[in-house]
Design a protein around this ligand. Structure first.
Ligand code: ADP
Length: 523
């Protein structure tokens, strides 16, 4: 027996399993209504009073103040799916909820939780294998096919009405990385710059760079053609001592001398920069002391140099890779070879947002990075558009990693359920029983899609089963036409990886929950 000093609260065995299942199922039910193109969105008021609208499972769950440890596992499950596949974050949680439902039926019938967990893990592998056999291969840079998958992903987002614009942007941004990067996609190479003003339809893909702070307002140029760009990381201000000390100036002449010296020093620094041929200067933000002072900005403006100040340290790497320049940490390292080149650098005013950004375009050998300038009428729309675009880019990334497509609208899940039931017929006893229970749980996706679309779920899923049994692999519920159709023909497709990852991750979490028989709260 463990002493009460170590553990304050403890519950054991059946009780804890039931409580875990109930809590996790409650969470899954809460986001179930947001699945699919006809799913509802969630409006959330956060602790700090701010508001968020989203349809993305991972986002909704991450903002919910979930307390129960088992429910927290579902929050992490949806985040794991987000990392693994980027999409299918609602699906994975709804699936886990249904698997828990099926598991509790099996437990009530007297099966051992470990056995159920084991059978479920096997069933998940069988389901994924069966999907692999029927998935359609894609050529990873076939723009048309990628577009269809991205359109399916965006069709259930809050910004679905902007799919025609956002889908090509998502596909082209990832494809342009591929052209340079030899088949690996790192989404950190795509910079999403969010700017309030205009509408989502004003969003642009920029094969260059956008900095969110406009050029310095010191009277210098706001537009530069054939730009030679330097990025400095040292301070353009009078040198300061490292130690804290005081200089007492007792007469005007001495003060005048100090100011003159300071002026001379700054002018010399600016001249050195100009000598390299630089006409656009980026100055890194410094937390230790001001990276520039007004006088240096004045000199640079007089020399016809466009200056952008306060470049974040975290952005330096991205900027250097984009502009092909090297950061300059000390005046001695100033060198024309470290400068980047762009055909045009200019301030662009964001209509309606009262902000100016600096755009760099016409970069030689562009493509190792791209920027998407996202526009939206307010922060809420903008944040959701940004999340949706990220999901869409993840879909393209999935298809590059594993170029296989499955039909959407519940087709993949019901196809897997059918394969499992067929397999179950060859087995007997517990094996067959658990496999069938797993297959029933998979059908929660077509059921929910139909329910959320206001259809008669039982009738629709029966029709779906019938079509699948006839051999229509892509048969799914097209919620827009309210018909069971061949989703491949309707171009409602999704990456195979999204579905298989959702099935595997949901099963792993459910197996974990089932195997817990002790809840210990250590305070
Ligand atoms: P997730 O966050 O899991 O991606 P979504 O709310 O985006 O959840 O919904 C995805 C589900 O919607 C997938 O199962 C997908 O097949 C389905 N879906 C997308 N478009 C359609 C459509 N036109 N008809 C039916 N189902 C669709």
């Amino acid at each position: 027996m463990v002493s009460g000093e170590t553990y304050n609260e403890r519950s054991k065995g059946k009780d804890v399993r039931t409580s875990n299942i109930v809590a996790a199922k409650a969470l899954a039910n809460a986001i179930r209504t947001s699945l699919g193109p006809r799913g509802m969105d969630k409006l959330m008021q956060l602790e700090d009073g701010s508001v968020l609208i989203s349809n993305d499972g991972a986002t909704i769950l991450s903002k919910m103040n979930v307390l129960h440890p088992a429910a927290k596992m579902l929050v992490e499950l949806s985040q794991a799916q987000d990392v693994q596949a980027g999409d299918g974050t609602t699906t994975v949680v709804v699936l886990a909820g249904a698997l828990l439902d099926s598991a509790s039926v099996l437990l009530r019938k007297g099966l051992h939780p470990s056995a159920v967990a084991q059978y479920f893990l096997q069933a998940a592998e069988t389901a994924c294998d069966s999907l692999k056999k029927v998935a359609r291969l894609v050529v990873a840079d076939n723009r048309e096919q990628l577009l269809h998958a991205v359109e399916t992903c965006l069709s259930s987002k809050v910004v679905s009405q902007n799919t025609d614009l956002l889908a090509p942007i998502a596909v082209d941004s990832v494809l342009s990385l591929l052209a340079n990067n030899n088949r690996t996609v790192d989404l950190r190479d795509i910079r999403l710059v969010e700017q309030v003003g205009g509408t989502v339809d004003d969003t642009e893909l920029i094969r260059g760079l956008v900095l969110t702070k406009g050029s310095a307002k010191s009277g210098g140029p706001k537009r530069m053609e054939q730009a030679k760009i330097a990025l400095i990381q040292y301070c353009l201000s009078a040198p300061k001592t490292d130690m804290d000390n005081q200089v007492v100036v007792s007469d005007y002449a001495a003060m005048d001398r100090i100011l003159r010296e300071e002026r001379k020093y700054l002018l010399e620094q600016c001249k050195q920069i100009k000598k390299t041929g630089c006409n656009v200067l980026l100055i890194q933000k410094s937390i230790l002391r001001d990276a520039y002072n007004e006088l240096s900005l004045h000199f640079l403006a007089k020399m016809g140099i466009l200056v952008v100040t306060d470049i974040e340290r975290s952005d330096v790497d991205f900027i250097c890779r984009t502009l092909h320049c090297q950061p300059i940490a000390h005046p001695d390292q100033l060198d024309a070879n470290k400068l980047g080149h762009a055909e045009l650098v200019e301030d662009v005013y964001m209509e309606g947002g009262n902000n100016t950004v600096v755009q760099f375009t016409g970069i030689a050998n562009a493509g190792s990075t791209v920027t998407v300038l996202l526009r939206g009428s307010n922060d809420l729309v903008l944040a959701e558009a940004s999340r949706s675009l990220h999901d869409a880019q993840c879909v393209v990334r999935c298809l590059v990693q594993e170029p296989a497509l499955m039909a959407g609208g519940g087709a993949a899940e019901s196809q897997a359920a059918m394969a499992l039931r067929e397999h179950a017929r060859t087995l007997s006893g517990q094996d067959a029983y658990c496999l069938t229970a797993f297959a029933d749980a998979l059908e929660v996706i077509p059921y929910t899609l139909a329910e959320n679309a206001g259809q008669n779920a039982i009738q629709t899923v029966t029709e779906l089963r019938a079509q699948q049994a006839k051999g229509v692999v892509g048969a799914g519920i097209h919620v827009k036409t309210a018909q069971v159709e061949d989703m491949f023909a309707q171009n409602v497709v999704q990456p195979l990886m999204v579905t298989t990852s959702a099935i595997r991750l949901a099963t792993e979490t459910v197996a974990m929950i089932l195997k817990i028989d002790d809840l210990i709260v250590v305070r």
